[in-house]
Design a protein around this ligand. Structure first.
Ligand SMILES: [Cu+2]
Length: 263
């Protein structure tokens, strides 16, 4: 091949590739993940109402589950016919996960004496199918407890108080809800119906907001607890009461566990 050909080829390539254009960009390097910006530190409030803690916990049941106790309403056909399937007493209600339902939990000792705000809404206790529902409830001192009768027959509501005024009120079907308040703290007041001996509920009266009733998972959570050392009590209508000591600091969560067994 002639030398002139190579010369012309070199010129052509130079015109195409050496004309001052920037070199092609290298392929992009693999992207390095950029960590998200760190969250801004939470502002620390000086409000003592924010410097509170949480006490959470679980109530378990150990040992053999008590044999179920059927409730017979045969003596009152109008009650019995509301239950096409056999119903059992909820006296000892062990949940599927081995925890215990219907346990009243409260801070028994250590809550600062303060005028804790009262909820605006009432606590409702209903009578339905000739049973109280819920079986275990709690109301604040001075808060309204509303008691309804959703049944087509008369009931008779009778709290067996020890530290509050006792009353006993007949409630016709579809009557207006009874509205009652309690003046003194009291743990697990038995409520009975004088007409239907199997009817039972337990209502506690408490002078602060740190209480709970265990439900279908046996857990509880008391929020907004001021830092301090407390005696916390778990009360069951048949299995008795147990207490623990717990110290909670500001913005801390402490967990406790209660364990009951059949007695
Ligand atoms: Cu009744």
């Amino acid at each position: 091949m002639r030398p002139g050909y190579w010369f012309c080829l070199a010129i052509t390539l130079c015109l195409a590739g050496c004309g001052g254009d920037p070199p092609p960009e290298p392929p992009p390097a693999a992207e390095t993940p950029v960590p998200p910006p760190a969250p801004a530190p939470a502002a620390v409030s000086n409000n003592p109402e924010d410097a509170v803690g949480i006490i959470s916990g679980l109530v378990t049941f150990e040992g053999d589950k008590p044999a179920s106790k059927p409730i017979s309403m045969d003596s009152v056909p109008a009650c019995a016919k509301q239950h096409p399937v056999r119903i059992e007493s909820e006296e000892v209600f062990v949940n599927g996960n081995g925890t215990l339902r219907n346990v009243y939990i409260h801070l028994k000792v250590g809550v600062p004496a303060r005028s804790w705000p009262l909820p605006a809404t009432p606590v409702v206790l209903d009578q339905k199918g000739c049973l109280f529902t819920p079986r275990v409830a709690a109301v604040r001192v001075g808060q309204v407890l509303e008691i309804g009768n959703a049944d087509p027959m008369m009931h008779n509501v009778h709290p067996l108080t020890r530290r509050n005024e006792e009353w006993n009120v007949a409630q016709p079907p579809q009557a207006e809800r009874l509205r009652q308040k309690f003046a003194n703290p009291e743990v697990m007041i038995p409520f009975v119906c004088n007409m239907h001996p199997w009817m039972k509920a337990f209502v506690s009266v408490v002078d602060h907001p740190f209480f709970a009733v265990t439900g279908s998972d046996g857990s509880f959570k008391l929020s907004g607890v001021p830092p301090g050392r407390y005696e916390i009590e778990a009360v069951h209508e048949r299995l008795g009461a147990k207490t623990l000591l717990v110290t909670v600091g500001a913005r801390e969560e402490q967990s406790v566990q209660f364990s009951f067994r059949a007695n």
